[in-house]
Design a protein around this ligand. Sequence first.
Ligand SMILES: NC(=O)c1ccc[n+]([C@@H]2O[C@H](COP(=O)([O-])OP(=O)(O)OC[C@H]3O[C@@H](n4cnc5c(N)ncnc54)[C@H](OP(=O)(O)O)[C@@H]3O)[C@@H](O)[C@H]2O)c1
Length: 260
Amino acid sequence: MSEKTMTGKTLFVSGGTRGIGKAIVYAFAKKGCDVAFTYASSADTANEIIADVESQFGIKAKAYKLNILEPLTYKDVYKEFDEDFDRLDFFISNAIISGRAVVGGFAPFMRLKPKGLCNIYTATVEAFVVGAQEAAKRMEKVGGGSIISMSSTGNLVYTPNYAGHGTNKAAVETMVKYAAAELGEKNIRVNAVSGGPIDTDALKAFPNYEEVKAEVVKRSPLNRMGDATDLTGACLFLCSNEASWLTGQAIVIDGGTSFQ
Ligand SMILES: NC(=O)c1ccc[n+]([C@@H]2O[C@H](COP(=O)([O-])OP(=O)(O)OC[C@H]3O[C@@H](n4cnc5c(N)ncnc54)[C@H](OP(=O)(O)O)[C@@H]3O)[C@@H](O)[C@H]2O)c1
């Protein structure tokens, strides 16, 4: 799987500076794919990643600042993208908010608040919609493409404090199906990759991180927590010709944790 099968193609992924997004940047770059990614505050990290993937894999990489709480600003970011790249083949909506923006959204049911829930909807569903619309306009020009929304099994399995994220992951998975139904005629496939708990900064922000981690290891028949690189295989597959009739689906990659 190390051949450069994606040479000449371009990926745009949101939130490429950490966790799963960073693993996606490296996985696609390794395949020879040019990579555009976004960051919210980690400009220095973004520049380090660009220098590293360009020198390791001989591809072109660029990073842009984006705030997914302002989804319409995606349009400006895509204008910058157009200055740097002449085609777009793959788009992955991956970035996620945490910290103050999710107060009232990341909480037990009785402490949920409209503002926090709305922020998660904006960052998860609205950002996917605008990012994917702009992607589809560019993919149409090159005869098609593959769009992915990252999702999580928090909409399938009860996870403490996760109601806001879980319900919005369910919503984005349904949005994926609607997009798939309407973009198929442009040869654009749209799917979700739904991960079980993965050891990233987002999960470390859980107040009961150690407890969640121990529970995941116990639940998984594979006896371990997910790693950021565990979701990259599905993303590469969904962006390959091997997935040419696969659209409107959510692929669950959870180390077997959802059935326990
Ligand atoms: N971790 C899990 O257990 C898990 C499981 C399944 C699915 N997922 C999904 O996978 C995706 C990535 O999660 P992760 O765990 O890798 O997250 P993470 O480690 O917290 O990384 C978040 C990324 O989003 C960016 N970001 C943060 N706030 C932003 C904002 N307001 N606007 C734009 N970008 C922003 C960050 O950029 P900066 O570095 O600049 O802040 C960073 O690149 C999410 O959609 C998540 O729901 C996660």
